[in-house]
Ligand binder design. Structure first.
Ligand code: PCA
Length: 204
C-alpha cells in the first residue's frame, strides 16, 4: 500500500500544545486507499528538517504533508512555496535563532510545493472549512522544514510530492492569549486536512 507521511510539530514558544500535532494524531489510518504514517518533529532548525528527511527515507511515502501552527491566522492555509532563508523572531526549542541567513548555501532560492495547493484550498472551502492558499510559510522552522523537504526530493529526483499546511491556533490556546486571537476547533482543521489529502491523492 502506498504511504502518506504526515508530520506535526511539538509545542514551542512557551505553548503547552501544538494543534498541528493534535490534528496529525487524530488522522484516520488510511486516506484514499493509502496508509497514513505520522511523525512528530521538533521545533528546531537543525533537528526538525533532519527528522522529516529521516522519516521520508524510512517510509518512502508517495505524498508528504507537513503541518504546522500559524498563530494569528484564521484559516487553514496550504503553503505555495518554501524559501531558502531563515530569520527567526524567537529562539527555536534548541535556543538557536538564525537571523537573515540562507538555509542551504548553493541550493535554489525557493521551491514551489508539489502538491495541488489551489485545489486543496478549494476542496477545504467546499467542505465548509475556512481555507486559503498562503504565499509565505514565514522564515521560521516551518518554512525550513518545507524548503528542506522539497530541496531533498528535488535533488534526488524523487517522484514523491510534498507540501505544507499551516493551521490556526486552537481555541484552548486562544483563550490564554490577549487581544485579537483567531482560532479554529481541531475537529474542523482535521476535516480540512483530510479533504486536502484526498484531493492530493486524486491529483496527477
Ligand atoms: N509553527 C512554527 C514552527 C512550528 C510550528 O508549529 C512556524 O510556523 O514556523
Amino acid at each position: 500500500m502506498e504511504k502518506i507521511l504526515v508530520t506535526g510539530f511539538e509545542p514551542f514558544g512557551g505553548e503547552q500544545t501544538n494543534p498541528s500535532w493534535e490534528v496529525v494524531k487524530a488522522l484516520p489510518r488510511t486516506i484514499a486507499g493509502r496508509s497514513v504514517v505520522r511523525e512528530r518533529i521538533p521545533v528546531s532548525f537543525r533537528r526538525g528538517p533532519a527528522a522529516a528527511l529521516a522519516a521520508i527515507q524510512r517510509e518512502s511515502p508517495s505524498i508528504v504533508l507537513c503541518v504546522g501552527q500559524a498563530g494569528g491566522r484564521a484559516k487553514v492555509t496550504p503553503e505555495f512555496v518554501g524559501i531558502n532563508y531563515a530569520d527567526a523572531r524567537i529562539p527555536d526549542n534548541d535556543g538557536e535563532q538564525p537571523q537573515g541567513r540562507r538555509l542551504s548555501p548553493g541550493a535554489p532560492d525557493a521551491h514551489f510545493s508539489t502538491l495541488p495547493v489551489r485545489a486543496m484550498a478549494q476542496v477545504m472551502v467546499d467542505d465548509g472549512v475556512p481555507a486559503a492558499v498562503s504565499h509565505s510559510a514565514g522564515t521560521y522552522v516551518c518554512n525550513a522544514v518545507l524548503f528542506s523537504v522539497l530541496d531533498a526530493l528535488f535533488s534526488s529526483r524523487s517522484t514523491a510530492r510534498a507540501g505544507f499546511v499551516h493551521v490556526p491556533n486552537s481555541p484552548e490556546q486562544a483563550c490564554r492569549l490577549a487581544g485579537e486571537a483567531p482560532s479554529m476547533p481541531v475537529a474542523l482543521m482535521l476535516q480540512g486536512i483530510v479533504s486536502g489529502l484526498e484531493c492530493a491523492c486524486s491529483w496527477g
